[in-house]
Write a protein that binds this ligand. Structure first.
Ligand SMILES: CC(=O)SCCNC(=O)CCNC(=O)[C@H](O)C(C)(C)COP(=O)(O)OP(=O)(O)OC[C@H]1O[C@@H](n2cnc3c(N)ncnc32)[C@H](O)[C@@H]1OP(=O)(O)O
Length: 497
């Protein structure tokens, strides 16, 4: 065992419920020519490491839930993957799929085993196919990248998790740095192939120790494996509210102390697992992606974080790509999706234009309106412009009492019509932007009351919203999935008629 880093068995013992591990492994086939150097290396690796191959597989309980586990052992020929290890891995993933088990993977590897060459290299395909079939069966795949994870392991089953965490300080990269240096004659830049840098670039969801990995996996599976059937919606929530002036609603929605999506998750949800970035090298502080439960109802939540849009950066195209990751996740796992709109408008900049802002809004609209998962949109506060519309077209649309939706901020509309921002209140009143207007026009289905303003009662308001979300999700899950898309498309086709 390397100092401070658990080997495969110690990691499994730290993550699973005590005494529940059961190996699935039988003795591996020996790919080495008897008497060859490689045969001697394998024998030495077995004697030195106490493992019979670089991968172990099996099952156990995680907080009482049956799970399949595959893990690399780095002390066995650097956790490298040859034919025997690939076969063991693939068989375990296939068994997890057949038995409908969630799969936890813990790679740590130098990649393809160099002694076995091209045939070992192509095992990446076999392993990836097995993982893709597991995912296609709607089963959760959670990955914990350990030190070091490189090459063909990082570039196949290490990078396909629905949720991915990494070990603090772990070297995680495509080509090993000493190989790079030998090939190029100069060192690979420092601080790049490090777990924390991957987090900063939205490539992993969390950087956590082995002990904390257990809690992350428990929380994530509480959502990913939550029952989708038989949820009780309970009594219909009260949605009656008095009409307030448009400008008053807008002013209230902009208060600094108005609860946003983070407060909603803190006070109105449970089992929250924040996810991070697109998984493809981008992140956006203005878009929060998480797994969570509202009461018993599981959901992928993607929400516009108004405070971070104000304090860090306005929502850009990367944020919408994070949102689309959330949509794919919901679709892949058959999880309900909750979108939360709270934005003063998207980034207006060279970078946003060149990063494809308009096209990303279009793709969000297209993905969301066609999504084959139940969808609920919550208009929480400000709803200005295309970035708001991008998260709107759900099966059910809820609005907080003082939330609003308009093609651009009322000041912008005033500037278009009157070349001055001074007519914003009049324009807002004329444009039908209030929650009550939106309900009248068939854009919003239900209003969540504020009494009299969410800023005065943030926790109670968030709990109220959480209860309404549970009600709506439970009702959607209770309906016929085949009718859902038809009803959604008909609803948006009818708008304005
Ligand atoms: C498609 C593909 O996967 S191609 C392969 C791409 N893989 C890589 O680029 C990573 C290559 N490996 C490395 O860069 C380093 O070994 C690291 C970063 C993984 C680990 O570094 P360190 O912890 O310093 O360990 P070190 O480099 O000493 O490796 C330990 C042993 O594993 C061996 N080893 C490492 N990777 C592999 C591998 N892929 N196949 C076979 N043996 C390997 C090393 O040769 C070394 O053997 P030795 O102790 O007999 O000298």
């Amino acid at each position: 065992m390397r100092p401070g880093r658990p080997d495969a068995r110690a990691l499994i013992a730290a993550v699973l419920d005590p005494g529940t591990w059961r190996s699935w492994d039988s003795p591996p086939a020996d790919p080495a020519e008897p008497g060859s150097d490689y045969a001697a290396e394998l024998a030495a690796a077995r004697a030195r490491s106490g493992y019979d191959e670089s991968v172990i597989t099996g099952e156990g309980l995680l907080d009482g839930r049956r799970v399949a586990v595959v893990a690399c052992e780095f002390s066995f020929l650097a956790g490298s993957i040859g034919l025997a290890a690939a076969e063991r891995l693939t068989a375990a993933v296939e068994r997890a799929t057949a038995e409908r088990l969630p799969l936890l993977a813990a790679p740590a590897s130098g990649g393809t085993r160099m002694q076995e060459g091209a045939l070992a290299f192509t095992q990446m395909v076999k392993i990836t196919a097995a993982v893709a079939a597991h995912r296609a069966a709607g089963l959760p795949y959670v990955v914990y990248l350990r030190h070091p994870t490189t090459g063909g392991v990082f570039a196949s089953w290490g990078s396909l998790g629905h949720v991915t965490a990494a070990e603090p300080g772990a070297l995680i990269g495509f080509l090993g740095p000493r190989v790079f240096e030998s090939l190029h004659g100069y060192p690979f830049p420092e601080g790049v192939q490090v777990a924390e840098n991957l987090f900063a670039h939205g490539l992993v969801d969390a950087v956590v120790s082995a002990e904390d990995a257990r809690q992350i996996a428990i929380r994530a599976l509480a959502v990913l494996c939550a029952p989708r059937e038989g949820l009780d919606p309970g009594p219909e929530p009260d949605g009656s509210v008095p009409a307030v002036g448009a400008w008053e609603a807008i002013t209230r929605s902009r208060r600094d102390d108005r609860p946003g999506v983070r407060e909603l998750l803190r006070s109105g949800a449970r089992d929250v697992t924040p996810l991070n970035g697109t998984g493809t090298g981008e992140n956006d502080p203005g878009l929060l992606l998480a797994l969570a439960r509202f009461g018993a109802a599981p959901a992928v939540v993607l929400g516009q974080d108004r405070y971070r849009q104000r304090s860090v950066a306005p929502l850009g195209p990367a944020g919408l790509r994070v949102a689309r990751r959330g949509m794919r996740l919901a679709s892949d796992l058959g999880l309900p999706l909750v979108t939360v709109i709270d934005t003063a408008g998207a980034a207006l900049s060279k970078a946003a234009e060149e990063g494809g802002l308009a096209a990303e809004i279009a793709r969000c609209l297209a993905d969301l309106v066609m999504l084959d998962a139940p969808t609920v949109c919550l208009l929480l506060g400000e709803g200005a412009g295309g970035a708001a519309l991008a998260l709107l077209p759900a099966d059910r649309v809820l609005a907080a009492q003082h939330a609003w939706l308009s093609p651009l901020p009322p000041e912008g509309a005033s500037a278009i019509l009157y070349r001055s921002v001074d007519f914003a209140p009049e324009i807002a009143a004329a444009q039908g932007v209030r929650s009550t207007d939106l309900r009248r026009d068939g854009i919003v289905d239900r209003i969540v009351p504020e009494s009299p303003d969410a800023a005065y009662e943030p926790e109670e308001f968030c709990r109220r919203v959480g209860a309404v979300l549970e009600y709506e999700i439970a009702r959607l899950l209770g309906g016929d999935p085949a009718d859902r898309l038809t009803a959604r498309l008909a609803r948006y086709r009818r708008l304005g008629l």
